[in-house]
Ligand binder design. Sequence first.
Ligand code: Q46
Ligand code: ZN
Ligand code: ZN
Length: 318
Amino acid sequence: MNPGSKCRVCRQPAIIDLPRHNANFCAEHFVELCKRQVAKAIDHWHLLTREDRILVAVSGGKDSLAVWDLLAELGYAADGLYVGLGIGDYSDVSAEYARGFARARGLHLVEVNLRGEYGYDIPTAARATRRVPCSACGLSKRHLFDKAALDGGYTALVTGHNLDDEAAVLLGNTLRWEIDYLARQLPLLPARDGFPKKVKPLVRLTERETAAWCVVRGIDYLVDECPMAVGNKHLQYKATLNQMETESPGSKASFYLNFVERMAPMLAGRLADDRGALGSCAECGAPTSGDVCAFCRLVATASAHERVPVELLTKGKR
Ligand code: Q46
Ligand code: ZN
Ligand code: ZN
């Protein structure tokens, strides 16, 4: 940002430049812009109602704390959910940030601990299943988010996925033409089988903007990336998209938002097909197409495996 840059709204000194809006903003008007973007997403896609009971999945990172804070600013009461994944120090520290935010704001944080309650952690699950850590992690989180929402009587599960996250996943799914995944890549997935709707109110804000939101609002968050994300394809897709964004500001938003408006409706049939009849897991009762759901099979495999320290999976990868 050029020294001496002025806020587009009030002409006071700017604290951030946003090339995709072709403008600079002071702290006050940056906060207004973020709130407006989130309110616009909520209204446009009918993400939340005032009657919803909202549970926000919180990792201790910038996006999930920002979305919790933004919802509160927009007048939506929400509880938080923290899942302890057992990823070494990273998990210990991230839990402290999530708890610290909840404590400071007087908000309720529900906690679930994989090792304590299910007898495994993500590094061990990755080794036991011989899959990449994010695969066991994603499966665990999806199941536990749903379960916590169902057990707590919540009607909406909110995640802090931002524009960069969604555009990177979209790029990956497009490169492989993963039609079924593309059909589900929406800011709102409706409730099904007693589980809450899934909502992503931050899809109109970039990663840089959610980080700036936290700084301006004085929110302490865990800056470090998950050590298991190293080598993750999404990081490469993000870097590619950022390069495009530098050369052509606004291309990331246009890629994702135009997908949602123009392409996703054409895939709606695939989403409906996917909602065919499911049975109940014999172990936990969750909806599944088999006898036992993928989560219960993961628990059985991972909890029987000797504990694997996170360092074993990250050594030499940095
Ligand atoms: S926490 Fe889990 Fe992420 Fe870490 S292991 Fe992968 S999915 S990178 S959001
Ligand atoms: Zn201003
Ligand atoms: Zn199950």
